[in-house]
Design a protein around this ligand. Structure first.
Ligand code: NAD
Ligand code: ZN
Length: 360
């Protein structure tokens, strides 16, 4: 048996208001006055002067606002990289991503592609990156994906939706300031939060589970219970705990894998552009067969927070479209193997997936 030896985020700061320490965090990382920091910021903050004024701009630093109505694409990474190369003759001092999973994943991918040749799509897969990325910092403004701590950046390319999984992907620094999650819309709070809950359920019920993953997964699940299920917390406690749940959920899947909800939600996302958190919720809602307790609790949480999931997503799809979704989903071998075991192909058939998709 060969064990994975994976890197972790080497520096993390946690605390309400700690975002205002960004200046002192970045200062020692400035190479010189010609090498700027590039801040990729979710465009939801474009008119948020309170946040923007705290970004410690110096010399030729630049803010690039990122629209987040669509999830990151390899082409978008390539465009950002050329834009940054045109902007500065020197390699930047670093890339800082401020936003949710979408912006954090873009920041990781841009940092990698600034030192790697070719196009981002060439690096989708496992351990294809061979050069150190430039210094990159992740600052989540919504909690749940675990992108702040993970070894991947999920991108949709011309041929596939797949992460750049590499030792150079994790952030060099993460800033966890729960106050930044003020203002997250309630539905989105639930969908992205449930991404974390689903990471826990899939990791804890998977065949890849070991004590390392379990220790993080159980902690994350307890925190999700406090936030979404038991619900006696103040707003501040809710924000603090969900931010740490996201972290632990991400750590839990580092050494295991996600499962059925993710494998099927990738199909929805590839074909219909359904966003990650929402897609996972739509799929997970129909997975009693695989995760009976997890799904029962999920339904209660949904009720409690009065969340209505969209229905009929697959009602008018053509044969060909169903085939595409099923192909994408069945292509996620490690996820199915984790969920069902080495012989997953015996029970996970195209007909089975078709029946499940038809319910969504
Ligand atoms: P997101 O980043 O797309 O953000 C969702 C919405 O919330 C956006 O409209 C955004 O503008 C808004 N938002 C974020 N912070 C806000 C704030 N403080 N106030 C108001 N609005 C705010 O959503 P997400 O669920 O965080 O991320 C989904 C992405 O993460 C997907 O692309 C998915 O593939 C990726 N992902 C990556 C990993 C990983 O390990 N790399 C893991 C899971 C998911
Ligand atoms: Zn996820």
């Amino acid at each position: 048996m060969k064990f994975k030896n994976f890197p972790m985020v080497p520096r993390v700061i946690f605390g309400r208001g700690c975002f205002s320490q960004l200046q002192e965090i970045l200062m020692p990382r400035r190479k010189n006055s010609e090498a700027p920091f590039i801040f990729l910021v979710d465009d939801v903050f474009e008119s948020n002067q309170e946040l923007i004024s705290k970004i410690p701009l110096l010399f030729g630093d630049k803010i690039i606002f990122i629209p987040t109505d669509e999830e990151p694409k390899t082409e978008q990474v390539d465009v950002l990289v050329s834009k940054i190369r045109e902007y500065t003759t020197q390699s930047p001092s670093g890339i800082v991503g401020i936003g949710g999973g979408t912006v954090m994943d873009l920041a990781k991918a841009v940092a990698i592609m600034l030192t790697s040749n070719g196009k981002a799509e060439e690096y989708q897969g496992w351990d294809l990156v061979t050069r150190e990325a430039i210094y990159h910092v992740g600052i989540p403004t919504i909690s749940g994906t675990g992108a702040e701590v993970s070894r991947t950046t999920v991108l949709t390319g011309p041929e596939k939706k797949l992460g750049i999984n590499s030792d150079f992907t994790p952030f060099d620094q993460v800033v966890l300031d729960p106050e930044l999650t003020n203002g997250v819309p309630r539905d989105q709070w639930f969908y992205t939060g449930m991404d974390c809950y689903i990471h826990c359920v899939e990791s804890l019920n998977g065949t890849y589970l070991n004590a390392f993953s379990q220790s993080y997964g159980e902690k994350a699940e307890d925190l999700c219970d406090e936030v979404f299920y038991n619900g006696k917390l103040s707003k501040e406690e809710t924000q603090d705990k969900l931010m740490m749940a996201s972290w632990h959920g991400g750590m839990s899947i580092a050494y295991s894998q996600v499962g059925v909800a993710h494998a099927m939600s990738y199909g929805l996302s590839y074909l219909l552009g359904t966003k990650h958190g929402l897609g996972n919720c739509i799929v997970f809602n129909h997975l009693e067969e695989f995760y009976p307790e997890g799904v029962a609790k999920f339904k209660k949480m949904q009720e409690r927070h009065e969340i209505e999931l969209p229905k009929g997503l697959c009602a008018n799809l053509s044969e060909e479209e169903f085939e595409t979704m099923i192909n994408v989903s069945m292509g996620m071998d490690p996820l199915w193997e984790n969920a069902v075991g080495k012989n997953w192909k015996d029970t996970i058939t195209r007909v089975k997936l078709r029946n499940l998709y038809e319910k969504m």
